[in-house]
Ligand binder design. Structure first.
Ligand code: MLT
Length: 205
């Protein structure tokens, strides 16, 4: 495996005019976790689903944290570039369109970090339970990039106020942000899947 490579699954879609989905799991998940969700969101799209390389008590994640909600920022930055390089390589290798990231929890946070640092590798993002990934940024103009953030009003792990600040930061840099708040907690619900499906159908036109 080359240094920028990730354990992953790639499932070619039946309609290559659609943007592939880049599925990014939460803490303790793996590359298989979100495949059924991706297939519900867009059954015709290709899927790229990497496994996070950081281990926290045996649970895969996409970057290190010092405590819940307290991120190791240098690690966030390094891992974000590594993942973005992998996504760019895979996009070229499979002759795909740029993917739309669909991330949950820790996966949503690394997707948010990609929007901050490497937005050129993505066609958009759905961030299910996200927070500010870095203290400053985004670093690049996001020129109309479509982003949906879906928060849980009573999420004890990713506070709504923090997600609102993320939405604002992305908007200030030109992203087209649709921030939805569900009357729920941290776990992913059917409503998340339905919102993501509608949003991504809109991007694909
Ligand atoms: C994170 O570490 O990215 C967030 O706290 C969400 C989590 O994975 O629990």
């Amino acid at each position: 495996m080359s240094p920028s490579s990730f354990i992953h699954r790639y499932l070619p879609g039946t309609d290559l005019t659609r943007h592939p989905l880049l599925l990014l799991h939460g803490t303790g998940g793996n590359e298989d976790d979100l495949i059924p969700v991706g297939e519900m969101i867009d059954p015709a799209a290709s899927i790229l689903s990497p496994r996070g390389k950081v281990m926290e008590s045996g649970m895969p994640r996409f970057f290190r944290r010092l405590a819940e909600g307290v991120f190791d920022y240098p690690d966030v930055i390094a891992r974000t570039h590594e993942l973005a390089d992998f996504v760019a390589e895979q996009t070229t290798a499979h002759g795909m369109k740029k993917p739309i990231a669909v991330g949950f929890s820790n996966g949503a946070n690394i997707a948010a970090a990609m929007l901050y640092l490497r937005p050129e590798v993505l066609a958009g993002a759905v961030l299910i339970r996200a927070m500010l990934p870095l203290p400053t940024g985004p670093e690049h103009a996001l020129a109309g990039l479509p982003v949906m953030i879906i928060s849980g009003r009573v999420d004890p792990i990713l506070p709504l106020d923090n997600a609102k600040r993320l939405a604002e930061a992305l908007r200030q840099h030109g992203a087209m942000v649709d921030h939805r708040v569900l009357e729920t907690g941290h776990g992913m619900t059917r409503n998340d899947v339905d919102l993501a499906r509608g949003f991504i159908a809109g991007i694909n036109g």
